[in-house]
Write a protein that binds this ligand. Structure first.
Ligand code: PNS
Length: 159
């Protein structure tokens, strides 16, 4: 079985992430979306909330599974018999850091990283920008799923 992991913080998932997940689902038998837990970074959404949104917005794909992991991504790969990581590249500025991680992951566990060029519709998109724009009532239509927009608006309204 050709299995790939699509890792990230997903705080929250955007249409840019979904584009990569959807395209990967056509190339691999199974796509495992892994929400990586980073205890030093306080997220807006809990890991379970991020996973729940991911479950909802990927349910149309029959071969996407959502999981979470605390620790090294290569250990997640070992535990799940995964030999390929897929990452979206939005711009050259993403490349340097991604290349470093890809090389380190390969050195540690022989895991390959595949880069997929982001759809230009989403190349300027990030979860952080979405949070900031929704907080101040800006227009994010077409950039995040409707459900995520609703959850973001609710969360950012909370005192
Ligand atoms: O969505 P993000 O925050 O850009 O995702 C980055 C992420 C979570 C994929 C990356 O930080 C990662 O792989 N973290 C897991 C810890 C790890 O394996 N670190 C060593 C990388 S060489």
């Amino acid at each position: 079985m050709r299995r790939v992991v699509c890792p990230g913080s997903f705080d929250p998932v955007t249409n840019g992430h979904l584009d990569i997940i959807g395209r990967a689902s056509r190339l691999f038998d199974e796509v495992v979306v892994a929400v990586l837990i980073n205890k030093t970074k306080k997220g807006l959404f809990s890991i379970d909330e991020r996973m729940e949104m991911l479950e909802e917005v990927t349910k149309e794909y029959g071969n996407v599974r959502i999981d979470k992991w605390h620790g090294l991504l290569v250990d997640f790969c070992r535990h799940n018999d995964i030999s390929v990581i897929i990452k979206g590249l939005r711009a050259v500025s993403d490349y340097e850091y991604e290349l470093q991680m890809a090389q380190m992951n390969h050195r540690m566990a022989g895991v390959e990283t595949m880069f997929m060029s982001t759809n230009p519709l989403y190349s300027y998109l990030s979860s952080s920008l979405m949070k900031e724009i929704v907080k101040y009532g800006g227009d994010v239509s077409g950039l995040i799923p409707e459900l995520v927009h609703t959850r973001l608006a609710e969360r950012l309204r909370e005192p």
